[in-house]
Design a protein around this ligand. Structure first.
Ligand code: GAR
Length: 186
């Protein structure tokens, strides 16, 4: 029997995309990598892994509704039922949200609801917290809000720099996201 189809959305380096692709026993097929930043390194990673890519520049569209409408058609054509946001640095609008209700998941590098938005690791580091972490959650219309599926904490060590903290947080992300996908995809 063929597996359920999913798409990963990313805007940057793509380390989470790679960890999803390399995880064993993935319950779905990653049919498409969607990227909103032409030239982002994740595109090269997808090419190397043989995953088809859909790259677009939001500036070339009149509105979010317009580019999300194009995306929805593309994803429906491919029979995609799940969307995993992995460093997709854009707020998802109603067009995509309504078409994939309850089927869009995001990973965020903090213990939400703390430090939503951009540079969550830098925000936590500068705030001097002793503990931060990773959250995987279903998305809603807000910024890094929506029902939480899993969280894992990461201790901030005495001698941590932002870089060393980021490295440990990303190691946790790379384990947690594939694990959550295995739990929720049926
Ligand atoms: C990840 O740390 C992810 O949690 C974060 O972007 C990074 C992408 O790294 N996402 C957010 O901050 C969402 N608000 P990657 O491209 O190497 O996977």
């Amino acid at each position: 029997m063929s597996k359920v189809k999913a798409a990963v959305f990313a805007s940057g380096a793509g380390s989470n995309f790679q960890s999803i692709m390399e995880s064993s026993n993935l319950p779905c097929e990653i049919s498409l990598l969607v990227c909103d930043r032409p030239g982002a390194s994740v595109i090269e990673k997808a090419d190397k892994l043989g995953v088809p890519t859909y790259v677009f520049n939001p500036k070339e569209y009149g509105s979010k509704q317009e580019f999300e409408g194009t995306l929805v058609s593309k994803l429906q054509d491919l029979n995609v039922s799940w969307i995993f946001l992995a460093g997709y640095m854009r707020i998802v609008g109603p067009t995509l949200l309504n078409a994939f209700e309850g089927k869009i998941v995001n990973i965020h590098p903090s213990l939400l609801p703390d430090f939503p938005g951009k540079d969550a690791i830098g925000q936590a580091y500068k705030a001097g917290v002793k503990k931060t972490g990773v959250t995987v959650h279903y998305i809603d219309a807000g910024i890094d809000t929506g029902p939480i599926i899993a969280q894992e904490s990461v201790e901030v060590l005495e001698n941590d720099t932002e870089e060393t903290l980021k490295k440990r947080i990303q190691q946790v992300e790379h384990q947690l996201y594939p694990k959550v996908i295995q739990q929720i995809v049926k």
